[in-house]
Design a protein around this ligand. Structure first.
Ligand code: LER
Ligand code: MN
Length: 271
Protein backbone atom coordinates (compact mmCIF):
# COMPACT_ATOMS: atom_id res chain seq x y z
CA UNK A 1 0.00 0.00 0.00
CA UNK A 2 1.07 3.55 -0.61
CA UNK A 3 0.62 6.46 1.79
CA UNK A 4 -0.81 9.85 0.87
CA UNK A 5 -1.56 13.15 2.60
CA UNK A 6 -4.54 15.42 1.86
CA UNK A 7 -3.41 18.98 1.13
CA UNK A 8 -4.77 22.17 -0.44
CA UNK A 9 -3.33 25.20 -2.22
CA UNK A 10 -3.02 28.47 -0.32
CA UNK A 11 -6.29 29.68 -1.89
CA UNK A 12 -8.34 27.19 0.17
CA UNK A 13 -10.58 28.26 3.04
CA UNK A 14 -9.07 27.66 6.52
CA UNK A 15 -11.99 25.27 7.06
CA UNK A 16 -10.70 22.77 4.46
CA UNK A 17 -9.90 19.39 6.07
CA UNK A 18 -6.19 19.40 5.31
CA UNK A 19 -2.92 19.50 7.21
CA UNK A 20 -1.16 21.92 4.89
CA UNK A 21 -2.82 24.86 3.14
CA UNK A 22 0.09 26.47 1.38
CA UNK A 23 1.93 26.85 -1.95
CA UNK A 24 1.86 23.37 -3.47
CA UNK A 25 5.64 23.29 -4.08
CA UNK A 26 6.35 24.19 -0.44
CA UNK A 27 4.05 21.44 0.81
CA UNK A 28 5.25 18.85 -1.69
CA UNK A 29 8.85 19.37 -0.62
CA UNK A 30 7.91 18.70 3.05
CA UNK A 31 5.63 15.78 2.25
CA UNK A 32 8.25 14.13 0.07
CA UNK A 33 10.90 14.55 2.79
CA UNK A 34 8.57 12.83 5.28
CA UNK A 35 8.37 9.83 2.93
CA UNK A 36 4.82 10.10 1.59
CA UNK A 37 4.15 8.62 -1.86
CA UNK A 38 1.48 11.08 -2.93
CA UNK A 39 -0.70 14.08 -2.18
CA UNK A 40 -4.45 14.30 -2.49
CA UNK A 41 -5.38 17.75 -3.77
CA UNK A 42 -8.48 19.44 -2.35
CA UNK A 43 -9.63 21.81 -5.11
CA UNK A 44 -12.51 24.18 -5.60
CA UNK A 45 -12.26 24.06 -9.40
CA UNK A 46 -9.91 22.94 -12.14
CA UNK A 47 -8.55 26.45 -12.83
CA UNK A 48 -7.06 26.71 -9.38
CA UNK A 49 -3.78 25.03 -10.32
CA UNK A 50 -1.31 25.30 -13.15
CA UNK A 51 -0.96 21.81 -14.66
CA UNK A 52 2.56 22.36 -16.01
CA UNK A 53 3.87 23.75 -12.72
CA UNK A 54 2.29 20.98 -10.67
CA UNK A 55 3.58 18.30 -13.04
CA UNK A 56 7.12 19.68 -12.67
CA UNK A 57 6.80 19.67 -8.87
CA UNK A 58 5.53 16.07 -8.87
CA UNK A 59 8.59 15.00 -10.83
CA UNK A 60 10.95 17.08 -8.70
CA UNK A 61 9.61 15.66 -5.43
CA UNK A 62 8.82 12.13 -6.64
CA UNK A 63 5.14 12.32 -5.75
CA UNK A 64 1.82 11.28 -7.33
CA UNK A 65 -1.68 12.75 -7.04
CA UNK A 66 -3.80 9.68 -6.30
CA UNK A 67 -7.02 11.69 -5.88
CA UNK A 68 -8.49 15.12 -6.49
CA UNK A 69 -11.07 15.78 -3.78
CA UNK A 70 -14.13 17.97 -4.06
CA UNK A 71 -15.24 18.94 -0.54
CA UNK A 72 -14.41 22.55 -1.39
CA UNK A 73 -16.79 22.52 -4.37
CA UNK A 74 -19.55 22.05 -1.77
CA UNK A 75 -18.16 24.16 1.09
CA UNK A 76 -16.74 27.09 -0.89
CA UNK A 77 -18.41 26.79 -4.31
CA UNK A 78 -21.80 26.19 -2.64
CA UNK A 79 -23.01 23.84 -5.39
CA UNK A 80 -24.09 20.21 -5.05
CA UNK A 81 -25.84 17.37 -6.88
CA UNK A 82 -29.11 17.12 -4.90
CA UNK A 83 -29.78 20.88 -5.09
CA UNK A 84 -33.44 21.67 -5.97
CA UNK A 85 -32.36 24.30 -8.52
CA UNK A 86 -31.42 22.73 -11.84
CA UNK A 87 -28.99 25.55 -12.64
CA UNK A 88 -27.06 24.96 -9.42
CA UNK A 89 -26.93 21.22 -10.16
CA UNK A 90 -25.62 22.05 -13.64
CA UNK A 91 -22.87 24.22 -12.11
CA UNK A 92 -21.94 21.38 -9.76
CA UNK A 93 -21.74 18.96 -12.69
CA UNK A 94 -19.63 21.35 -14.80
CA UNK A 95 -17.23 21.97 -11.91
CA UNK A 96 -16.91 18.25 -11.24
CA UNK A 97 -16.36 17.54 -14.93
CA UNK A 98 -13.52 20.06 -14.82
CA UNK A 99 -11.98 18.11 -11.94
CA UNK A 100 -12.44 14.87 -13.91
CA UNK A 101 -10.56 16.33 -16.90
CA UNK A 102 -7.81 17.53 -14.57
CA UNK A 103 -7.64 14.09 -12.95
CA UNK A 104 -7.14 12.56 -16.40
CA UNK A 105 -4.01 14.72 -16.78
CA UNK A 106 -2.50 13.37 -13.56
CA UNK A 107 -3.80 9.79 -13.58
CA UNK A 108 -5.86 10.61 -10.47
CA UNK A 109 -9.28 9.48 -9.25
CA UNK A 110 -11.99 12.02 -8.28
CA UNK A 111 -13.73 11.99 -4.90
CA UNK A 112 -17.42 12.77 -4.39
CA UNK A 113 -17.93 13.65 -0.73
CA UNK A 114 -20.32 16.36 0.43
CA UNK A 115 -20.76 17.62 -3.16
CA UNK A 116 -23.39 14.89 -3.52
CA UNK A 117 -25.53 17.25 -1.43
CA UNK A 118 -28.09 16.79 1.32
CA UNK A 119 -31.81 16.13 1.50
CA UNK A 120 -33.79 19.26 2.44
CA UNK A 121 -36.34 19.10 5.29
CA UNK A 122 -39.37 19.14 3.03
CA UNK A 123 -37.85 16.99 0.27
CA UNK A 124 -38.33 13.32 -0.40
CA UNK A 125 -35.34 10.99 -0.31
CA UNK A 126 -36.35 9.56 -3.72
CA UNK A 127 -36.40 12.93 -5.53
CA UNK A 128 -33.09 14.03 -4.02
CA UNK A 129 -31.53 10.70 -4.91
CA UNK A 130 -32.78 10.92 -8.51
CA UNK A 131 -31.10 14.31 -8.83
CA UNK A 132 -27.90 12.90 -7.39
CA UNK A 133 -27.93 9.86 -9.69
CA UNK A 134 -28.53 11.96 -12.80
CA UNK A 135 -25.63 14.36 -11.99
CA UNK A 136 -23.38 11.50 -10.94
CA UNK A 137 -24.02 9.50 -14.14
CA UNK A 138 -23.31 12.57 -16.24
CA UNK A 139 -19.89 13.00 -14.55
CA UNK A 140 -19.15 9.27 -14.39
CA UNK A 141 -19.77 8.86 -18.12
CA UNK A 142 -17.24 11.57 -18.97
CA UNK A 143 -14.87 10.02 -16.42
CA UNK A 144 -15.32 6.63 -18.08
CA UNK A 145 -14.38 8.06 -21.49
CA UNK A 146 -11.22 9.51 -19.91
CA UNK A 147 -10.44 6.32 -17.90
CA UNK A 148 -10.95 8.16 -14.62
CA UNK A 149 -12.46 6.45 -11.58
CA UNK A 150 -14.86 8.33 -9.30
CA UNK A 151 -15.22 7.61 -5.59
CA UNK A 152 -18.28 7.97 -3.39
CA UNK A 153 -17.22 8.81 0.15
CA UNK A 154 -19.69 8.13 2.96
CA UNK A 155 -19.65 11.13 5.33
CA UNK A 156 -21.04 11.19 8.89
CA UNK A 157 -24.49 12.56 9.81
CA UNK A 158 -23.11 15.71 11.47
CA UNK A 159 -21.79 16.92 8.11
CA UNK A 160 -24.44 15.65 5.65
CA UNK A 161 -27.68 13.63 5.78
CA UNK A 162 -27.28 11.48 2.66
CA UNK A 163 -24.92 8.46 2.22
CA UNK A 164 -23.52 8.23 5.74
CA UNK A 165 -22.27 4.65 6.00
CA UNK A 166 -20.34 2.37 3.69
CA UNK A 167 -23.47 0.22 3.49
CA UNK A 168 -25.45 3.28 2.27
CA UNK A 169 -22.79 3.91 -0.39
CA UNK A 170 -22.88 0.31 -1.62
CA UNK A 171 -26.67 0.55 -2.10
CA UNK A 172 -26.23 3.78 -4.06
CA UNK A 173 -23.49 2.22 -6.19
CA UNK A 174 -25.90 -0.56 -7.17
CA UNK A 175 -28.51 2.03 -8.23
CA UNK A 176 -25.90 4.08 -10.07
CA UNK A 177 -24.68 1.11 -12.09
CA UNK A 178 -21.45 2.66 -13.34
CA UNK A 179 -18.39 0.38 -13.22
CA UNK A 180 -15.93 3.30 -12.90
CA UNK A 181 -17.47 4.47 -9.61
CA UNK A 182 -16.33 2.81 -6.37
CA UNK A 183 -16.65 3.41 -2.63
CA UNK A 184 -14.17 5.43 -0.60
CA UNK A 185 -14.29 4.55 3.10
CA UNK A 186 -13.01 7.19 5.54
CA UNK A 187 -12.45 5.41 8.83
CA UNK A 188 -13.18 8.59 10.82
CA UNK A 189 -16.73 8.66 9.40
CA UNK A 190 -17.05 4.86 9.65
CA UNK A 191 -16.29 5.05 13.37
CA UNK A 192 -19.43 7.19 13.74
CA UNK A 193 -21.73 5.50 11.21
CA UNK A 194 -20.84 1.86 10.56
CA UNK A 195 -21.72 -0.92 13.01
CA UNK A 196 -18.29 -2.42 12.45
CA UNK A 197 -15.43 -0.87 10.50
CA UNK A 198 -13.94 -4.25 9.64
CA UNK A 199 -17.28 -5.85 8.65
CA UNK A 200 -18.18 -2.93 6.36
CA UNK A 201 -14.74 -3.00 4.71
CA UNK A 202 -15.19 -6.72 4.07
CA UNK A 203 -18.70 -6.09 2.71
CA UNK A 204 -17.30 -3.48 0.29
CA UNK A 205 -14.44 -5.82 -0.73
CA UNK A 206 -13.26 -5.20 -4.29
CA UNK A 207 -15.46 -2.10 -4.54
CA UNK A 208 -13.08 -0.13 -2.28
CA UNK A 209 -11.38 2.39 -4.57
CA UNK A 210 -9.51 4.56 -2.05
CA UNK A 211 -9.32 5.05 1.71
CA UNK A 212 -9.06 8.00 4.09
CA UNK A 213 -7.31 7.52 7.42
CA UNK A 214 -7.84 9.72 10.49
CA UNK A 215 -8.21 8.65 14.08
CA UNK A 216 -11.46 8.82 16.09
CA UNK A 217 -10.80 12.51 16.92
CA UNK A 218 -9.71 13.30 13.34
CA UNK A 219 -6.14 13.73 14.53
CA UNK A 220 -3.29 11.67 13.05
CA UNK A 221 -3.69 7.88 13.28
CA UNK A 222 -2.33 6.83 16.67
CA UNK A 223 -3.77 9.87 18.48
CA UNK A 224 -7.22 8.39 19.11
CA UNK A 225 -8.78 5.00 19.73
CA UNK A 226 -9.13 3.36 16.29
CA UNK A 227 -7.32 0.06 15.75
CA UNK A 228 -5.29 0.76 12.60
CA UNK A 229 -3.35 -2.52 12.65
CA UNK A 230 -6.69 -4.34 12.44
CA UNK A 231 -7.98 -1.98 9.70
CA UNK A 232 -4.79 -2.43 7.64
CA UNK A 233 -5.08 -6.21 8.00
CA UNK A 234 -8.64 -6.19 6.69
CA UNK A 235 -7.62 -3.96 3.75
CA UNK A 236 -4.90 -6.50 2.91
CA UNK A 237 -7.39 -9.35 3.33
CA UNK A 238 -9.81 -7.82 0.80
CA UNK A 239 -6.93 -7.29 -1.64
CA UNK A 240 -6.80 -3.49 -1.36
CA UNK A 241 -3.27 -2.40 -2.19
CA UNK A 242 -3.53 1.22 -3.38
CA UNK A 243 -3.36 4.47 -1.37
CA UNK A 244 -4.38 5.11 2.21
CA UNK A 245 -4.37 8.87 2.67
CA UNK A 246 -4.24 10.79 5.93
CA UNK A 247 -6.98 13.42 6.00
CA UNK A 248 -6.38 14.90 9.42
CA UNK A 249 -6.57 18.10 11.42
CA UNK A 250 -3.29 19.99 11.80
CA UNK A 251 -2.79 19.31 15.54
CA UNK A 252 -0.69 20.02 17.51
CA UNK A 253 0.78 21.72 14.40
CA UNK A 254 0.84 20.77 10.70
CA UNK A 255 4.43 19.43 10.60
CA UNK A 256 3.99 17.26 13.68
CA UNK A 257 0.59 15.98 12.50
CA UNK A 258 2.00 14.99 9.09
CA UNK A 259 5.04 13.29 10.65
CA UNK A 260 2.92 11.46 13.26
CA UNK A 261 0.52 10.22 10.59
CA UNK A 262 3.08 8.58 8.32
CA UNK A 263 5.00 7.18 11.29
CA UNK A 264 1.96 5.50 12.74
CA UNK A 265 0.52 4.29 9.42
CA UNK A 266 3.85 2.64 8.57
CA UNK A 267 3.92 1.06 12.01
CA UNK A 268 0.37 -0.29 11.43
CA UNK A 269 1.40 -1.69 8.06
CA UNK A 270 4.77 -3.17 8.86
CA UNK A 271 4.76 -3.52 12.68
C1 LER B 1 -13.81 14.64 3.04
O1 LER B 1 -12.90 13.69 2.65
C2 LER B 1 -14.43 14.31 4.33
O2 LER B 1 -14.06 13.34 4.96
C3 LER B 1 -15.51 15.16 4.83
O3 LER B 1 -15.62 15.04 6.21
C4 LER B 1 -15.39 16.57 4.45
O4 LER B 1 -15.83 16.77 3.17
MN1 MN C 1 -12.57 11.97 4.15
Amino acid sequence: MRIGLAIAPETASPLAFVVFRDRLETTMEKVSRLGYDGVELALRDSNEIDVVRVRQALIQYGLEIPVISSGRVFAEGKVWFTHPDKLVRRQAVETMKGLVRLAAEFGSKVNVGRVRGFIGESESHEIAEERFLECMRDCADLAGELSVEMLIEPVNRYEINYINSVTDALEVLDKLARPNVTVMPDVFHMNIEDRSITASLKQAGARVGYVHFADSNRHAPGQGHLNFAEIVNVLKEIGYNWYVTAEILPYPDPDTAAANAIGFIRHSMYG
